[in-house]
Design a binder for this molecule. Structure first.
Ligand SMILES: [Zn+2]
Ligand SMILES: [Zn+2]
Length: 268
């Protein structure tokens, strides 16, 4: 078995990623409108009714947007932790299933995810490590100011890592945002810079890391070429796999663990 990872799009205006193994499809975050999400799933060739579960990492709108509506319409089970459920005011009996920090959620015999708490604003955010139960692992890591040791430990065994590279430090510092917002973004509870993403990747690098996707790039404080060059500079020759960028518009490609190169998705 292998794990498929398809980013439907990523950034401050919405995030959604399909993680698949065997016959099981899990949507990690559902931050676009329902119409946009269905359109993007269609482009990727995925029928919305085949989404078995939706996992919401935290309550911010760019991750939670249409999750409840989508789960009701598609008949998908909605999963999140207690903090997110309470912020979203989702009914624990009727509307969602909660998981605990560092708990492994089993979606099928071929797909489970471990939820690792990460520091981010006033959110109870989690990074997710998907496993196919057969040795393949893929990580989805966004919206965090720094990487806790638990996360570093679990990233070290992943074949695929999707990680945010939110801002270029120089662009943020010299840009138009008020000082308080600059401090919030670059603080412990904010987002990862390109440099931080590179340093984390270098720390967890191993021979079986096949593919990296940089995501959640700020449209104002970053640019794809800056993110890619800074991360490549940090990880250098250590990494021989594929590095790609998921932008706000998508989906553009799909990864499968066991392959270093992505399959292109072309809208027809
Ligand atoms: Zn976000
Ligand atoms: Zn957030």
């Amino acid at each position: 078995m292998a794990i498929g990872i398809t980013h439907l799009g990523s950034g401050s205006r919405g995030n959604a990623t399909v993680v698949s193994s065997g016959d099981c499809n899990v949507l990690v975050d559902c931050g676009f409108s329902l119409k946009q999400t269905e359109k993007r799933l269609g482009i990727a060739g995925i029928n919305p009714s085949s989404i078995d579960s939706i996992v919401v990492t935290h309550h911010h709108k760019d991750h939670s947007g249409s999750a409840l509506r989508a789960s009701k319409k598609w008949g998908s089970e909605l999963h999140c932790n207690l903090g997110t459920a309470s912020k979203m005011e989702w009914d624990l009996m009727e509307e969602c299933v909660t998981f605990g920090n560092l708990e492994r959620v089993e979606f099928s015999s071929d797909l489970s995810m471990l939820a690792i708490p990460v520091p981010h604003d006033d959110a109870d955010n989690v990074a997710l490590i998907a496993s196919d139960g057969n040795g393949d692992r893929a990580a989805i890591v966004t919206d965090l100011g720094e990487a806790p040791q638990d996360l570093i430990k679990h990233l070290t065994g992943c074949n695929h890592i999707s990680i945010e590279a939110n801002y270029d430090h120089h662009r943020l510092v010299s840009g138009p945002y008020p000082e308080s917002l600059k401090r919030r973004i670059s603080g412990r509870g904010g987002h990862l810079s390109n440099r931080q993403a590179g340093d984390i990747l270098l720390e967890v690098m191993h021979d079986d890391l096949e593919s990296i996707v940089l995501c959640h790039l700020s449209e104002r404080n970053n640019a794809p070429h800056l993110a890619e060059s800074e991360v490549l500079m940090a990880i250098g020759d250590e990494f021989t796999g594929n590095i790609s960028i998921s932008r706000q518009l998508g989906p553009e490609f799909s990864f499968l663990t066991g392959q270093s190169n992505p399959n292109s998705i072309v809208a027809v």
